[in-house]
Design a protein around this ligand. Sequence first.
Ligand code: XCC
Ligand code: SF4
Length: 651
Amino acid sequence: MAEEVVKVESRTVDPAEQQMLKRAQAEGIETIWDRADKMKPCPIGSEGACCRICSQGPCRVPPPKKAKPGEEQKKQAVGVCGATAETIVARNFARMVAAGSAAHTDHARGVAHLFKEVAHGRAPGYELKDAGKLRAIARDYDVPLSVGEGDDKKSRSKEEIAQDLAEKVLAEFGQQSGELVFSSKRAPKKRVELWRGLDVMPRGFDREVVEIMHRTHMGVDQDYKNIIHQCTRCAISDGWGGSMLATELQDVLFGTPVPVLGDSNLGVLKEDHVNVIIHGHEPLLPELINAASQDPEMLEYAKSKGAKGIQLAGICCSANEILMRHGIPVAANFLGQELAIITGAVDAMVVDVQCQFQALASLVKCFHTKLITTDERGRIEGETMYIPFDDHHGPEIARKVLKEAIDNFPNRRAPVIIPEQKYPCVVGFSMETIRYLLGGSIRGSYYTLNDNIIGGRVRGIGGVVGCNNVRTLHDNAHLSMVKELIKNDVVVLTTGCNAIACAKEGLLTPEAAIKYCGAGLAEVCETVGIPPVLHMGSCVDNARILLAAAACVRAGGLGNDISDLPAAGAAPEWMSEKAISIGHYFVSSGVYTIFSAAWPTTGSEILTDYLFHGLESELGGMWDFELDPVVAAQKMIAHIDKKRAALGIDK
Ligand code: XCC
Ligand code: SF4
């Protein structure tokens, strides 16, 4: 229970969420902020300086206190086996990369399996929506698009192409040697050569994750640079592999996003509707729940229970997926998941995988909300209901989930309090959309992105992504960083919980250009009619940012590699292991990448220095950390200016 009343303004900058926090406090309902107050993070663990990979430990090797003048400097301790701080901290970092990459590639695995079933006509409710994208991927994978020669040449059907493609992509998960297709074909040539030279081309999705787990087992890889070397290979297999595959196949199945108008914040819930929250990351079932929610039979059923209709709303990245493709409103990002339930208006929260608090199971007991888990990999003890998704019965399962929500509508017991905040957002900026809006081939006409960067109207590109973190004021770092960037003419590409924070602040509207941008960026946004912050999707859709960067390189005029671009990446409120994998694949792609909130390798100065400086000479990209989000934005801008100067396009 929340014992003392803490000022809600010190927890979140979002007024709607402040209102819900006040309700929680008044009613003695515990939230993540209360638990965070009670849980002091272990200082040694947070530095990455605790090794617990064998039962002779845990061994703690925090950096020693700096010696006073005249005193001898104490050496940093080593573990019982002699493992140095560098090894221990690198191993912990590597395991984060492995877990993050595993999450993304396992997401891709699910999509690939569904894709195969759709190709064979065994997955009712789904279709191969984007045939153009299907053919583009098939070309990369050397799947023939036609059969026969000369006059006998015949195009193959989408299904035939997809059947062959499915086998090829599924084989990449267990591939033992060679290279992943997207890594070798979609990254700029120079980058691919660099990766080959460094021997970091990923061989197979699963192999790279397993190899990190092996190398970081007791007594294996005890050379920190060699551990980071495998992190690089594993992270590339995430960004230019698993994540990219998830994104691309989802586009084939569900459609490639184009600009669409949506709404954001808790005000999207409706008191007189059945409210269903979709929370998690994998859009496979949510796609069908969306379709079922428009089914006249379902709507009739909702009316029979006294509701006026069915309102779907999302949280986290499943939200981003259905927002981008269907304009389904987004209710909250990561830290708002409990607050949505505290409205008393949520009839069902449907979760799949990643970023769901276990605390939801006890919270729903204070309300009428049904917590429905839908993925066998993501059960929650005490869940109200488990309705497992499978590829072969999608529409049936979607209707079952919705019916549970509708049946629960008459059971509302707490007074319904829905904050009024609701803000429009324009979303759906896939790589293809940006290319289209900003001049066909990116370069060539006045308003192409590259020409605008060269001409200086756009100073550079900032990829700002990632989570919320309860240890920082909710959404504050996201918003201050993004505003500082666009004020300085840096166009922002966003995904994940940053995108939702920006939506709730009105930054995903063309009008934001006038309010917040420098003159150059404002002019471009007004001319093209786009927001200064472009919502590119969910966490796996960070692959779209990689593709956008590769397209900029290909379009010409900005160097030969991603590391030449005036661009920088950031995750100002990160918390998940996925964020570390994402950050590391940006670094491995040549991007300066800065995190705020916390940094997990401070236990070793040597390793941290290698990540922050040493990697630049190898990969052209490097990590950085800065607690203050505005200072972090300025560091991104400084890096962008450095790259502009190197290209000879500084003003
Ligand atoms: Fe989760 Fe993707 Fe992080 Fe948000 S941003 S807290 S991972 S939902 Ni990916
Ligand atoms: Fe300690 Fe070495 Fe075991 Fe780690 S592997 S817990 S450092 S003995």
